[in-house]
Design a binder for this molecule. Structure first.
Ligand SMILES: [Zn+2]
Length: 278
């Protein structure tokens, strides 16, 4: 495999990937064109992500988190898949993509029609009890939270749009949090937070998906966390070609066959048009 001396472009990616069955790893960059912010993109402000320890260890923090989540999760639910999601679903339909590992929790790959999807970091539409493991639909919890906090979501939605953190905290300090309906335990969105590990069976399934592919395509991830980077290392150790499509450099670039510095919506669409059947 020759590595081009100039900045790789779409034809270079097609040359590497043509005739191969692809495992795909996606990150937040794939969903930015659906209106879901990418906090690690080159133009995004730095941000301190919430940790699992903060969530479980601090009641005031948790109340504030749920108050914001009660407003914010609706935005994710209203998001629609974009051209990048649809291109990956088309490639799976044609048998070129064998499956997706996504770091996104927005379920937009599923909405676009992708079938073999591993939601590595969980999914926004469920909550789980940390004591008994009972899973509750996020829509069901929303109606319970609405009953406990009448009018809150409508009232705070206006505040959320204005970037005034103090105003939000002011409104959230009286928010009433809901507990597990089965055991009274602490509920948490079914999302893997910083400080948590991805469940082992899910990681193993993701490694198996990489093993099944002839090459790995990474889309819209800067691979800043080990959680995603390990699959690039795994593919590199097996000498599989790796193509990364991402705006800005990534931690996987040194392991990759090539990195196309471009947006995922247009690049994945073009790949779906140009890649031949396998
Ligand atoms: Zn429970």
């Amino acid at each position: 495999m020759t590595i081009p001396l100039t900045a790789p472009t779409l034809p270079d990616a097609v040359a590497v990937l043509a005739g191969r069955r692809l495992a795909v790893l996606t990150g937040a960059g794939v969903s930015t064109d659906s209106g879901i912010p990418d906090y690690r993109g080159p133009d995004s402000p730095p941000r301190n992500p919430m940790t699992f320890q903060q969530f479980t260890g601090d009641e005031a923090f948790r109340r504030h988190y749920w108050a914001r989540n009660h407003v914010g999760w609706r935005h994710v639910g209203r998001a629609q898949p974009n051209a990048g999601h649809r291109a990956l679903a088309r490639l799976e339909e044609r048998g070129i993509v064998t499956g997706l590992i996504t770091q996104n929790v927005d379920l937009l790959h599923e909405a676009a029609g992708s079938r073999n999807v591993i939601d590595l970091h969980g999914r926004y539409d469920r909550v789980v009890c940390l004591t008994c493991g009972t899973v509750e639909a996020r829509t069901h919890l929303a109606s319970r939270l609405d009953a406990l906090n009448p009018g809150f979501a409508d009232e705070v939605e206006d505040v959320e749009i204005a970037p005034d953190a103090d105003a939000v905290i002011e409104r959230t300090q009286h928010f009433v949090v809901a507990d597990c309906q089965v055991c009274g335990g602490m509920l948490k969105p079914d999302i893997v937070y910083f400080g948590e590990t991805v469940p082992r069976p899910r990681v193993d399934a993701a490694y198996a998906l990489v093993d099944e592919g002839d090459a790995l395509l990474v889309a819209g991830s800067s691979l800043q966390v080990q959680s995603g980077l390990r699959f690039v290392r795994h593919a590199a150790a097996a000498d599989k070609p790796i193509v990364i499509v991402n705006r800005g450099g990534t931690r996987g670039d040194r392991l990759a066959t090539l990195h196309v510095d471009a947006g995922t919506s247009e690049t994945l669409s073009a790949l779906a048009d140009d890649l031949p059947d396998v």
